[in-house]
Ligand binder design. Structure first.
Ligand SMILES: Cc1cc2nc3c(=O)[nH]c(=O)nc-3n(C[C@H](O)[C@H](O)[C@H](O)COP(=O)(O)OP(=O)(O)OC[C@H]3O[C@@H](n4cnc5c(N)ncnc54)[C@H](O)[C@@H]3O)c2cc1C
Length: 440
């Protein structure tokens, strides 16, 4: 068969479902896509991160005798072009979960139908097959706890691994390569070089060599350091590792070494990621709209000065500023910091949550539309589980999670200076948000 394989998020050679069941009689055209949509609004670091993993994917596959064609386009544009110029029996794409990507798949499916090409979607990004638990996507509950109870009852973490190696088959070389220079991406340091080998080593070190997983539940809320949480998000969102492989390793560690609340909690957090993607599939466009999936007005009062000061990491709230500066410098922010920063953005600065989500989108190297927008909605108060008015008390959070001010003093060395002043009064600004929210 003559098959075109479109890779948009799953840049790995191990356990890559897109390549399953191929035989040596098949001829494949592998297209690895750097999506041009939203590219211009990304930080240079994020562009470099994406480019590096796409390049590594090509090199890793080339070493296995598979040619990869690198393209800067949109999924439907490149596939439309290929269908015009060649004739294929089958097109393979990844199953998608967020609105834009879903729309792209629908266009490709229509094109395939027109051109008489067999259209196939492969689940490469998640481990839950919702159809096993729910009669339709609409039946996926709107609260995580209800969802978790249903899927855990049926041993959702016991997953089967797909075929590990990519089979040998003939490849079509379209002579398409991306150039860092032509894309205007500048060289700069990355804390983690996103290549498959590093991803695998990181998994191995985290679980087996240093056994950080054993204490994850106690360390996961820390804010400074590199091993207090798994850092799997980098590896998952562009598919350097298959989430099923991670689960498989955790299960194996639990059998051979120790099974405790920490090892379970990593799986629990990974389930949040699954849930985000399924909610994104269920609600589509609503994830990206101001009123969110609850269709609720959230109080905001855009103030340019506030926004600019926030983006500079100069609000005078050192825990918030430290998070922002870390994000802009490294492309990472801990979960605890993300919650604090997002809450401050909406509940104290009264800025529209969508602008905050876009700010994260620009800088987060682990950016994922479903996780990012759903978490922002949750904090803003228009997402799943958003009933009462919630906010994070920055002073209390500092006391609880950065008691020795290690995180703050690292990123905001001037935090004790008298010139370092607060942009708003904390309680007054929360009260305004509370009051306005009730009026709406
Ligand atoms: C406002 C906000 C925005 C966020 N944006 C993103 C984003 O764009 N991309 C992203 O991957 N995560 C996002 N998260 C979720 C979470 O903060 C990160 O997944 C986590 O901090 C990544 O570090 P880690 O891999 O060490 O996490 P760990 O604590 O080690 O968790 C293990 C894995 O579980 C998953 N996970 C953990 N927490 C969540 C969560 N709340 N929602 C969904 N999945 C979760 C991730 O895949 C993560 O890698 C966001 C959270 C908030 C509050």
């Amino acid at each position: 068969m003559n098959i075109v394989i479109l890779v948009t998020h799953t840049f790995r050679s191990r356990y890559n479902e897109l390549f399953s069941g191929l035989t040596k009689d098949d001829t494949i055209t592998v297209v690895s896509l750097l999506n041009e949509k939203h590219f211009d609004s990304m930080s240079n670091k994020r562009k470099l991160f994406l480019f590096t993993q796409i390049r590594d994917f090509s090199e890793t596959l080339r070493a296995k005798g598979i040619i990869v064609n690198e393209v800067f386009s949109t999924p439907s544009n490149i596939i439309g072009k290929l269908f015009l110029e060649n004739s294929y029996d089958q097109i393979r794409v990844e199953r998608q979960f967020s609105y834009d990507e879903l729309q792209e798949n629908r266009v490709i499916e229509t094109l395939a139908k027109k051109c008489n090409v067999n259209y196939r979607e492969y689940t490469t990004q998640i481990f839950i097959d919702y159809k096993k638990y729910f009669s339709s996507i609409q039946e996926v509950p709107d609260t995580f706890t209800s969802f978790r109870k249903i899927v855990e009852k049926q041993n959702c973490y016991d997953v089967e691994l797909p075929q590990r190696e990519i089979p040998q088959c003939s490849c079509v070389d379209l002579n398409m390569d991306l150039s860092q220079e032509e894309l205007g991406i500048e060289d700069e340091a990355l804390l983690f070089t996103p290549i498959e080998q590093n991803a695998f080593e990181h998994l191995h070190n985290y679980i087996w060599k240093f056994e950080y997983i054993k204490t994850y539940k106690q360390t996961r809320n820390q804010m400074i350091g590199s091993n207090f949480s798994t850092r799997f998000s980098y590896l998952l969102n562009f598919g350097l590792l298959n989430v099923k492989e991670i689960l498989h390793e955790i299960n194996s560690y639990e059998t051979k070494k120790i099974s405790n609340s920490s090892t379970y909690w990593v799986k629990f957090e990974l389930l949040w990621r699954e849930y985000s993607k399924l909610i994104s599939l269920k609600y589509g466009k609503l994830l990206f709209l101001e009123k969110g999936i609850m269709n609720k007005d959230i109080y905001s009062n855009y103030n340019k000065e506030f926004y600019d000061t926030f983006v500079e990491g100069n609000t005078g709230y050192s825990l918030v500023d430290a998070g922002i500066r870390e994000l802009k410098t490294t492309g990472f922010m801990s979960n605890r910091a993300r919650q604090n920063v997002a809450s401050f953005f909406v509940k104290n600065l009264h800025l529209p949550w969508l602008m905050g989500a876009e700010f994260f989108e620009k800088y987060l190297l682990d950016y994922d539309p479903a996780s990012n927008y759903l978490n922002w909605q949750y904090i803003a108060g228009c997402g799943t589980d958003s009933r009462e008015f919630r906010y994070f008390n920055i002073a209390k959070q500092t006391k609880d999670y950065d008691p020795k001010h290690e995180f703050i003093s690292y990123w905001v060395p001037e935090y004790k200076d008298s010139s370092y002043s607060k942009i708003v009064d904390f309680y007054e600004s929360v009260d305004v948000a509370k009051k306005e929210q009730k009026l709406l």
